[in-house]
Design a protein around this ligand. Structure first.
Ligand code: 5AD
Length: 449
């Protein structure tokens, strides 16, 4: 049976209208998908597991690199091709790629029924009722969806969007033009959300925003929000992503070091270890300022784990610039790194610059950083062997029968032999072995919660 050719009986198995949703890209998109599910619940839609069961098929898309858009374009064409004539299944695109290409998508992808940008989800129910193909890509700097309850997934971890949009203008980045201007949600709304999240049984919350630490609402800054969030009983761990180095102020650093519930883990995008490239990228800080920030952070939070984002092959990146990035990554002793080849995005400032690093050279630079980071992550993780770490248990281990898996405060995956632990518990595990991606060990206490 091909996709979207399910019988009427199959379609009737679920109550309400079936909505099949695939999410691409960042955690913000995952959270937005929960928002979409929440918003469409009011219009009678319920999530279904496969396109065959759906009346509406929606891909929540990413625009960050060309590859992300190509994947979605291919997938949506495949879904449209498999839609059997006569079935009134609507297929649409949401999110950043939808915003990026707007009404052009209806022309370039025949058969597409709707296109909705990141600020249009409130109107999605009405859009789906339209008889004609529709496009809603109005950006709205007041839209925070603060009154729409997301439909969260199962698990120990919940996402909470605290701000949306980005006012920075990093030259390579498409996000500001597809996500619009910065706006933060009121702290009172977020605290009430956190209360609900705790009542629903989630143990960990991840605060989200495009520049999460630029959060600011009526005098409450990011540091203050972290402190208030930590007062919510039942939430055991608080993380956030992604902060911008230039927004990491004293208030935020103090909150990290003084609030035990705030995880000692920071994803701090660097992009390049060369001042010339950082300046060209418009990042708003130098290598030395980043170094000083990390020193301050590590003094304040000695067990801090650090990860980063790096782009190789930005226009003008010389061999020496690249070597500086490689050396600085070693100096920072990153626990983990997300490494990307520069991808030219129309509409960004950098798109006007001639590319100077060939595809092959970009690939070679990327491979070198990947290999170096793999070795470094192994080394950093190896140093934890013999220590005891606290694991929030989230699932059975994938490979080891009867073992469990979870994350420690540094957000490393720990696979362990349990001694009474259950999912949702926080337990102590002695680390006995470590690779670049996983720690392995044995539970050494009985469950705490
Ligand atoms: N090309 C490659 N990587 C990019 N990123 C953002 N824009 C681009 C681009 N045009 C990377 C940055 C950012 C991460 C989310 O994606 O490293 O921090």
């Amino acid at each position: 049976m091909s996709l979207l050719s399910g019988s009427a009986e199959e379609a009737d198995e679920h109550t309400g209208k079936g909505l099949y949703l695939e999410t691409y890209g960042c955690q913000m998109n995952m959270a937005d998908s929960e928002l979409i599910l929440g918003s469409l619940a009011a219009h009678g839609y319920t999530p279904v597991e496969s396109p065959e069961q759906a009346e509406v098929v929606l891909l929540n898309t990413c625009a960050i690199r060309e590859h992300a858009e190509q994947r979605v374009a291919q997938r949506v064409r495949q879904l449209i091709a498999q839609r059997r004539d006569g079935l009134r299944v609507k297929i649409g695109l949401a999110g950043c790629m939808a915003q990026n290409h707007r009404d052009r998508l209806l022309e370039s992808i025949p058969g597409l029924d709707f296109v909705v940008g990141p600020d249009g989800y409130r109107r999605l129910g009405e859009l789906l009722a339209a008889d004609e193909p529709v496009v809603d890509v109005k950006l709205d700097r007041r839209e925070t969806y603060e009154d729409i309850a997301p439909r969260r997934g199962e698990g120990v971890r919940a996402w909470l969007t605290i701000m949306r949009g980005c006012d920075r203008r990093c030259t390579f980045c498409i996000v500001p033009s597809v996500r619009g201007r910065e706006r933060s949600l009121p702290a009172s709304v977020l605290l009430a959300d956190l209360q609900r999240i705790a009542e629903q049984g989630y143990k960990e919350v991840i605060l989200l925003g495009q520049t999460v630490n630029a959060y600011s609402h009526e005098g409450v800054d990011f540091g203050e929000l972290l402190r208030r969030a930590a007062s919510v009983e039942g939430i055991e761990r608080i993380r956030y992503t992604s902060p911008h180095p230039a927004d990491m102020n004293d208030s935020a650093i103090a909150a990290l070091s003084e609030t035990p519930k705030v995880s000692p883990y920071l994803h701090l995008p660097l992009q390049s270890g060369s001042d010339a490239v950082l300046t060209a990228m418009g990042r708003g800080h130098s290598v030395d300022e980043y170094r000083t920030l990390v020193c301050t952070l590590r003094e304040a939070v000695p067990d801090l784990a650090l990860s980063t984002d790096i782009i190789v092959g930005y226009p003008g990146e010389s061999e020496a610039d690249f070597e500086a990035t490689s050396a600085f990554m070693e100096e920072m002793a990153y626990d983990h790194a997300f490494l990307f080849k520069y991808s030219r995005r129309d509409g960004t400032h950098a798109a006007k610059l001639a590319e100077t690093v060939g595809e092959e050279e970009k690939g070679a630079r990327l491979q070198r950083l990947i290999a170096e980071q793999e070795e470094r992550s192994g080394r950093v993780n190896q140093a934890t062997v013999g220590t005891v770490t606290e694991v929030l248990v989230e699932s059975p281990a994938k490979r080891q029968k009867d073992w469990l898996a979870g994350k420690n405060p540094q957000f490393k995956t720990v696979v362990f032999e349990p001694a009474g632990a259950r999912i949702g518990d926080i337990v102590s595990v002695r680390v006995e072995a470590a690779g670049p991606h996983t720690l392995r060990g044995k539970q050494v206490d009985s469950p705490k919660s």
